[in-house]
Design a protein around this ligand. Structure first.
Ligand SMILES: [Zn+2]
Length: 146
C-alpha cells in the first residue's frame, strides 16, 4: 500500500525537477511546497540553504550524500529519504506527523538550485564516512560560526 511518504515522494520529485529546470525558487513552486510541507519545516530549510549549510559529498563513482550542519557537533548525514536527526525519527517515522525534516528538505532544495557546496572525495573516503570510521567534522564549511 502506498503510504503518505510515497504520495509525498511522487509529488515532490516532480516539483524538485521543475525547480532544477527553472534554476530558482519561483512563486509557483514555493506555493506548491507550502501545500506539501509544513511551513515551519520549509522556512527552517530555506534558512539552512541561505546560510550555506548544505554540502554535497560526491564520490569518484558518482554516489552522493548530503551533509547538513546542525546544532550538534557533527553535521547530519542525509539521504533523500533519511536523516539521523531526532525530529525525523520521532515526527516523520514514528508519529507520521510530518513528511520530512528541515535537513532533508534543505538538501533537496540546495541540490536542485545548485546551492550545495560540492565536495569530491575518493570512493575509499566515502565508504569510511558511511561506516563512520572517520569524523565528518573536518568537512564542515569554514564559514560556520561556532
Ligand atoms: Zn533531519
Amino acid at each position: 500500500m502506498a503510504g503518505i511518504g510515497a504520495v509525498e515522494g511522487a509529488m515532490s520529485d516532480a516539483m524538485f525537477e521543475d525547480m532544477e529546470r527553472q534554476g530558482e525558487l519561483s512563486d509557483s513552486i514555493l506555493f506548491r511546497m507550502t501545500s506539501i510541507f509544513k511551513r515551519s519545516t520549509l522556512e527552517a530549510s530555506l534558512a539552512l540553504v541561505d546560510k550555506g549549510y548544505v554540502q554535497k559529498i560526491v564520490s569518484d563513482s558518482g554516489r552522493s550524500l548530503f551533509l547538513v550542519e546542525s546544532s550538534q557537533d557533527d553535521p547530519y548525514v542525509c539521504f533523500k529519504h533519511f536523516c539521523p536527526c531526532h525530529y525525523f525519527s520521532y515526527n516523520v517515522i514514528n508519529k507520521m506527523e510530518a513528511l520530512t525534516c528541515k535537513h532533508i528538505l534543505a538538501a533537496r532544495i540546495a541540490n536542485a538550485l545548485k546551492r550545495a557546496d560540492i565536495v569530491n572525495v575518493t570512493n575509499e573516503e566515502f565508504s569510511k564516512w558511511l561506516m563512520k570510521q572517520e569524523p565528518m567534522k573536518q568537512y564542515v564549511s569554514p564559514n560556520k560560526s561556532r
